[in-house]
Ligand binder design. Structure first.
Ligand SMILES: NC(=O)c1ccc[n+]([C@@H]2O[C@H](COP(=O)([O-])OP(=O)(O)OC[C@H]3O[C@@H](n4cnc5c(N)ncnc54)[C@H](OP(=O)(O)O)[C@@H]3O)[C@@H](O)[C@H]2O)c1
Length: 213
């Protein structure tokens, strides 16, 4: 497949790139800081802001899907921001103009109505970020694109690629998983046309754990 990755220089973005390369995909990384990536046979690096739909639309034709893993710098996740909403608006506009219909985008489990002290703390801590994520998701849901929204819990660095995915809810006991597993989920979704127009809760583990025996 030809994949167009936004947020490719970030932690989830790096894992998307690495797994996409291993799976034999052609990738375009659309980044504001191209020095962070090394272009090669399988990877084209295009410099541009995810807030500028015109530039993105020029680079999009010919791709099969867009994967977006944009995130604010940590300190900005605790302050009001419209970064994700603005990027989603620009991405949707660019995808319509560029003729690409499939979008996989990273959101967060903080939007699930989970109860308990652990979730209550993170919901309070990340309340501004959650507001931006919610508005981002609303735009994506109304976009008319073939979208998949991934809502992972807290992310950690590890080589683990396994995940549990549940449509519309957080898999039971899900509190953390790896950046790489989120990348694996997004790639599986676009490769196999899974979870279209679906918000998907993610967790650590393996898919077979989610199926009834
Ligand atoms: N980290 C977690 O524990 C966690 C948990 C659940 C959900 N998530 C979600 O996962 C997503 C990705 O998280 P991550 O930890 O992989 O992110 P990250 O490592 O912080 O990477 C963020 C990416 O967004 C880009 N970016 C940030 N601000 C930008 C701006 N103003 N203009 C253009 N590009 C900008 C960065 O580009 P530069 O390299 O140029 O800065 C980078 O490519 C986030 O939306 C977050 O809500 C994260």
């Amino acid at each position: 497949m030809r994949l167009f990755v936004i947020g490719a220089s970030g932690r989830t973005g790096h894992e998307i790139l690495d797994l996409a390369r291993r799976r034999g995909h052609q990738v375009t990384a659309y980044v504001r800081s191209p020095r962070k990536l090394k272009a090669g046979g399988w990877l084209t690096v295009v410099e541009g802001s995810p807030l500028r739909p015109g530039k993105m639309a020029e680079a999009l034709p010919g791709h099969d899907a867009v994967l977006s893993a944009i995130g604010p710098p940590t300190r900005e996740a605790f302050r009001p921001s419209t970064l994700l909403t603005d990027c989603a608006r620009a991405t949707i506009e660019a995808m319509r103009a560029g003729g690409v219909g499939r979008l996989g985008i990273v959101s967060a489990a903080v939007l699930f109505p989970e109860k308990g002290l652990y979730f209550a703390f993170f919901k309070w801590l990340l309340r501004h970020h959650a507001q931006d994520l919610r508005a981002m998701e609303e735009l994506v849901r109304a976009s008319g694109l073939a979208w998949t929204i991934a809502r992972p819990p807290r992310l950690t660095k590890s080589a683990d690629e396994g995940f549990r995915a549940l449509d519309g809810a957080l898999p039971p006991g899900s509190t953390a998983m790896s950046y790489r597993s989120v990348a694996a989920f997004l790639l599986d979704s676009v490769e196999q046309r899974l979870h279209i127009e679906t918000v998907v809760g993610l967790g650590r583990g393996v898919e077979s754990e989610m199926r009834p025996s």
